[in-house]
Design a protein around this ligand. Structure first.
Ligand code: ZN
Length: 296
């Protein structure tokens, strides 16, 4: 999945000798300290952000490496001359219990680049939008792949707020400078790459009533599946298959409604074969058992 986040530019200046060496490892030509402007960027960290997501702390070193050599563009203009900056170093920094990727980038002085440098110095182009691709997103509550378990980002479960943890860095993309505050007010960037939940979309597009109806239907579906699951477990126990109830419940809990319906129908067939004579009687008994099963 593709991830897009906003971050900040820290102060800049003339490169050190070590930095210049790293810059020249990336640059085609041999640059002098006077020709480049160096600044640092705080890229992804491991804290929960506005999207209810956070990067896995263990994924940061791998992600940092992927950012080295990536170029930065100004205001999303994708022409080659707008690629003014390039990341030449990145490492994970720990500060007050927070881990984050600190990157250093350089800009070659001269021409339009000087405007960008002046803007950075003046604090105007302070915000940076970074993009990367992560292989997995898992639920912080139960560890399942996010979106498969029913836990929702931002919702509280027994006092713990759910978030999606982004793991397995795959790629890092160009970054872009954002003139603050115009872009922030427009809210353009967040809509670009972030994945949003249905509830947010419903609020934005004024379809809350349909969303609530869907949620109710889904709840009914879950109740039906629970009843199906109970019935299949009851049939398995009645047929004395030799499997313990907790094992059956765990298995059936993972089955889909369609699978449970098939199981139920097959087990009912087996039941009818095994107890054909008692058909009338067992029908009556069956009713009682079902009744008590629901009471539990
Ligand atoms: Zn979960």
């Amino acid at each position: 999945m593709q991830i897009k986040k906003e971050t900040e530019v820290a102060g800049g200046g003339v490169p050190t000798a070590v930095q210049l060496e790293a810059i020249n490892a990336q640059a085609k030509g041999k640059l002098t300290a006077e020709q480049v402007y160096v600044f640092s960027l705080r890229l992804c960290d491991d804290q929960v952000d506005r999207d209810g997501e956070r990067f896995d702390t263990a994924a940061l070193p791998g992600l940092a490496k992927l950012f080295i050599g990536k170029t930065g563009i100004v205001d999303h203009r994708w022409s080659s001359d707008s690629q003014v900056a390039r990341i030449f170093a990145a490492e994970v920094v720990q500060e007050n219990g927070v881990s984050y990727i600190k990157a250093w980038a350089y800009i070659r002085r001269g021409g339009t680049a000087d405007e960008v440098i002046a803007d950075i110095e003046a604090g105007i182009k302070k915000e940076v939008s970074v993009g990367c691709a992560m292989g997995r997103s898992v639920c912080s509550i139960c560890g399942s792949e996010y979106g498969t378990c029913g836990h929702q980002k931002g919702e509280s479960y027994d006092g713990a707020v759910c978030c999606a943890i982004l793991k397995e860095p795959m790629d890092a993309y160009e970054f872009s400078f954002v003139a603050v505050p115009a872009q922030r007010e427009a809210g353009v960037l967040k809509a670009l790459g972030s994945r949003r939940c249905l509830k947010e979309l419903a609020e934005e597009f004024g379809t809350q009533a349909e969303y609530r109806a869907l949620v109710q239907d889904a709840e009914l579906g879950r109740q039906y599946q629970k009843l199906l699951c109970d019935e299949v477990v009851r049939l398995c126990l009645a047929l004395s298959l030799g499997v313990e109830e907790p094992v059956l419940r765990s298995m059936m809990g993972k089955a889909s409604a369609q699978e449970l319906m098939q199981m139920k129908s097959a087990l009912e067939g087996r039941m009818a074969e095994m107890y054909p004579v008692k058909c009338q009687l067992s029908g009556a008994v069956k009713g009682d058992v079902v009744e008590s099963g629901f009471l539990i």
